[in-house]
Write a protein that binds this ligand. Structure first.
Ligand SMILES: Nc1nc2c(c(=O)[nH]1)N[C@H]1C(S)=C(S)[C@@H](COP(=O)(O)OP(=O)(O)OC[C@H]3O[C@@H](n4cnc5c(=O)[nH]c(N)nc54)[C@H](O)[C@@H]3O)O[C@H]1N2
Ligand SMILES: Nc1nc2c(c(=O)[nH]1)N[C@H]1C(S)=C(S)[C@@H](COP(=O)(O)OP(=O)(O)OC[C@H]3O[C@@H](n4cnc5c(=O)[nH]c(N)nc54)[C@H](O)[C@@H]3O)O[C@H]1N2
Ligand code: SF4
Ligand SMILES: [Mo]
Length: 764
């Protein structure tokens, strides 16, 4: 075990929960919030969370309903915002007391629990500690380093989806004025496969449905997603679907509590009653089996159509809006039950039952998250989901469509703002016209390519705005070495994390305002904007006194960095960075002129609740080369596991926010006081000859023959799909080889790592 991970010896296991939320969730949220932020700040954050004039939840990207409750947040939203609103502080005395190598031995949870960062800090070359530095000198160090590089492409600017639209727009503008498209982001590790799969087939990489569509749908699929933990308010939406007579099908290797039953704490029935059953059918699928599942569902649609011509497929829709039907029909005939049953681990009768549900539904939505995107064949799987919806015209009408459920609160907005290493030329043309400079056209590094470039000495400066790159990325050892080889690493952060302890020769920590902090600039109090998973753009306004008087906003940090870096002969130096910092409305004026759909941005976002960006798919316009939606033929793939091996997925516990564990528990799965655990089906354990609760090392194998090891995991017998194993991220990132990525999207295969469990023999 790495020295910096939490001790694991207190594991307690209780049976997995059969429902999510309810009263215990409220109690857990309050406990964490009060411990972090105290009663006054807790009250302030919770009263304004997700209200139209308040703080947009810094948790997930699930949208807010039109008619908001007073308590329009979930247990985890309350924990996330109060984790930020904490009264604990990391001061210069703290850094003087703790050398960097000592901090590097601390756990992720410990680092986060130290509280909010309060002033800029630097680790100078050879230094053992971080020491205070004035903002001005810090910007000078970055500017000199950037201007001293042989090429701007030796630098990269990483972002995490916490970044607001205004800061994201300025960051990509600065990066391109400086001269590089190296804009890796957390999306590369997250929903990139969704963007790729949807972009190729529908011409736009975003979801098409609204919250009302979910409420009105006849049939909602929830595939590869654990909403009870990761998008808890989605359960209120699904509860509404059920109340309106809709049906839900869940597809997952784990029987996640939130997929089974929901007790809505905002309703008396949720407090005292049994709650609402969510999934009408639960398919306990083998990891990576979804491609085969949807291929068979599509084949069954064709067969039913042949049996009763003109009644199953939407021929009018297919003829008017799609290309590729004949090829798809021929390809689907090659799909066999034998392959599908092996790939999915399901019974034929289960799949046939789903088919009957589909035939009975006039409107179908498919929702998904990391269980689809983080697989080698994630992109083909999403293309196949699109085939499935297109065949019955389940797009661009009420209650139907695609719904990739985004992770970070503004991850979708950051992309819209141009945080994309492969942004389309039309965006660059608009940027060039508005700001009078020629942005670079060559594609930049994504996250995986960025690590390779640092590893190979081709990139030397890493600037991270939000996030925790070193823990989020795959192949931890390679990623750590890559960052340590940089001449400069810069982290714009709210809280301490591993990316501050694994750093370049010179390292800067630039502390910034979070969502909850009041942001006052020369023109007065500012708000920022975000875009949720359903393309709703709205304001977020910090309400609390900032964590320290020395913090700068992200907008201010980027604007000052740009002014300091871009020399007088760079056309980017005449961009009015200083004015942008004084008044964010001026940034929004520019966004309005560059980004399609943001016309009249300031006026439209002033309206409570904001506005929804148009999705052309909903007007039956498909911005693909042919102008039509594309039906695709996808190879029949599955994960092949050598004998004695399992497919490991790395996922989130209920008590963590991505790379940051808040506590050692995973309440719904019944895991307490431990994170280094691996959940495996008892029949697999019996077959492998491994005892429940025994200690094992996880060993992953890679095609080049190399092995990666994560040691000291406690086995937990769990009702998981046969052949699968599940452990928490980021502890298991060490097992995912850098080159193990999804086709097309280049997303690390965090859900499809082939491992064996090696019993740890106690020392004699
Ligand atoms: N509390 C909390 N909320 C969060 C986050 C957090 O860390 N904590 N993170 C946010 C972010 S950035 C994101 S991207 C989202 C992630 O939201 P999720 O995608 O729900 O997150 P994971 O924990 O990775 O869970 C993946 C789910 O997919 C299932 N799965 C794994 N492999 C397969 C497969 O092959 N097929 C199918 N059908 N299912 C599979 C797993 O069993 C699990 O239920 O959550 C966001 N919300
Ligand atoms: N094995 C495995 N790896 C994965 C995944 C997986 O499922 N399995 N999931 C992937 C996914 S979906 C994602 S999205 C990535 C997540 O990757 P990241 O987004 O990079 O990671 P986070 O843990 O969300 O980052 C937390 C840090 O963000 C900073 N922060 C928080 N709020 C703010 C803010 O308002 N401003 C600024 N400047 N900083 C802030 C804090 O300092 C905090 O320590 O991880 C990916 N990695
Ligand atoms: S569902 Fe997501 S956005 Fe809503 S309160 Fe919970 S964490 Fe925040
Ligand atoms: Mo994510």
């Amino acid at each position: 075990m790495r020295a910096n991970e939490d001790p694991q010896d207190d594991l307690k296991v209780s049976p997995p929960k059969k429902y999510a939320a309810g009263v215990p969730a409220v109690a857990h949220a309050m406990e964490y919030s009060l411990a972090q932020a105290g009663p006054r700040r807790t009250l302030l954050t919770l009263l304004s969370l997700n209200q139209t004039e308040g703080i947009d939840c810094p948790g997930c990207a699930w949208p807010d309903p039109q008619h908001r409750h007073k308590n329009e947040y979930c247990e985890n939203g309350a924990k996330h915002v109060n984790d930020e609103a904490t009264t604990r502080r990391v001061t210069r005395e703290f850094f003087a007391e703790h050398p960097i190598d000592e901090l590097d031995r601390k756990s992720d949870m410990w680092l986060n629990h130290q509280g909010r960062l309060t002033e800029p800090m630097v680790r100078r070359p050879g230094g053992t500690h971080y020491e205070p530095i004035a903002w001005d000198e810090a910007f000078g160090i970055i500017a000199d380093e950037l201007n001293g590089l042989a090429s701007p492409d030796e630098a990269m600017f990483y972002t995490s989806g916490r970044l607001n639209n205004e800061a994201a727009f300025l960051l990509q503008l600065f990066s391109r004025a400086y001269g590089t498209n190296n804009l890796p982001d957390c999306s590369n590790m997250c929903h990139e496969s969704s963007g790729s799969g949807l972009g190729e087939t529908l011409g736009i990489g975003k979801g098409s449905v609204s919250l009302d569509d979910i409420h009105e749908s006849d049939l909602v699929f929830v595939v590869g997603q654990n909403p009870g933990t990761n998008h808890p308010r989605m359960l209120s939406a699904l509860e509404e679907t059920k109340r309106n007579g809709g049906r839900v099908i869940a597809v997952n290797p784990l029987p996640e509590a939130g997929l089974m039953r929901f007790k809505n704490p905002q309703k008396p029935s949720g407090v005292v009653g049994r709650g609402t059953p969510i999934a009408d059918q639960f398919l306990k699928i083998r990891p990576g089996g979804d491609l085969a599942l949807f291929q068979m569902l599509n084949r069954l649609l064709l067969e039913s159509e042949e049996a009763a011509p003109g009644t199953v497929l939407d021929h009018e829709f297919l003829a008017a809006h799609t290309i590729g039907y004949d090829d798809l029909a021929a390809h689907l005939r090659t799909v066999t039950w034998e392959h599908v049953l092996e790939a999915t681990g399901l019974e034929r009768a289960e799949i046939e039952a789903v088919h009957r549900e589909v035939l009975a539904a006039k409107s179908v939505i498919v929702c998904w998250a990391m269980g689809l995107t983080q697989h080698k064949h994630g992109v083909p799987t999403i293309r196949e989901v699109v085939n499935f919806l297109l065949l019955r015209g389940n797009l661009g009408r009420p209650g139907a469509g695609v719904c990739p459920v985004r992770g970070h609160s503004n991850v979708q907005g950051d992309r819209t703002m141009g945080i994309w290493e492969r942004v389309p030329d039309a965006f660059l043309d608009a940027l060039a016209a508005e700001f009078d400079f020629e942005p670079p056209r060559e594609h930049g590094y994504d996250s995986v390519a960025g690590v390779r470039a640092m590893r190979d000495g081709k990139a030397k400066v890493f600037v991270g705005v939000a996030g925790n790159f070193v823990r989020a990325m795959s192949d931890s050892d390679v990623t750590e070495a890559a960052l340590r080889s940089c001449s400069l690493t810069v982290q714009v952060s709210t809280k301490l994390n591993r990316s501050h302890t694994v750093c370049g020769e010179t390292a800067l920590i630039l502390p910034t305002l979070g969502r909850s902090d009041r942001d006052v600039q020369e023109s007065g109090e500012q708000f920022v904007t975000v875009e949720d998973s359903m393309s709703e753009v709205h304001q977020s306004r910090g309400r609390l006194a900032p964590a320290s008087p020395h913090l700068l906003s992200e907008v201010a940090i980027i604007a000052r960095l740009a002014r300091r870096t871009l020399a007088a002969d760079n056309p980017g130096s005449s961009i009015p960075w200083e004015d942008f910092e004084k008044d964010y409305a001026l940034v929004r004026d520019r966004i309005a002129r560059v980004v399609p759909g943001f016309e009249d941005f300031n006026a439209r976002v002033a309206v409570p609740g904001g506005f929804r960006l148009p999705n052309p798919v909903n007007e039956h316009r498909y911005p693909t080369p042919s102008g039509k939606a594309v039906l695709t033929c996808n190879p029949l793939e599955m994960i092949e596991t050598p004998p004695g091996h399992l497919v490991l997925q790395s996922l989130r516990s209920h008590d963590q926010w991505n790379t940051i564990p808040y506590a050692m528990n995973d309440r719904y799965r019944g895991i307490h006081d431990a994170r280094r655990i691996v959940m495996v089906n008892p029949d697999d354990l019996a077959e492998l000859g491994i005892e429940d609760r025994s200690l094992v090392d996880l060993v992953s194998i890679w095609t080049d023959g190399t092995e990666r090891r994560a040691d000291g995991f406690r086995v937990v017998a769990y009702p998981a799909a046969r052949g699968s194993a599940a452990s928490y991220y980021p502890e298991t990132n060490v097992l995912v080889p850098l080159d193990s990525v999804a086709e097309v999207s280049n997303t690390p295969t965090s859900k499809g790592v082939i491992v064996r469990l090696e019993p740890v023999v106690p020392a004699v």
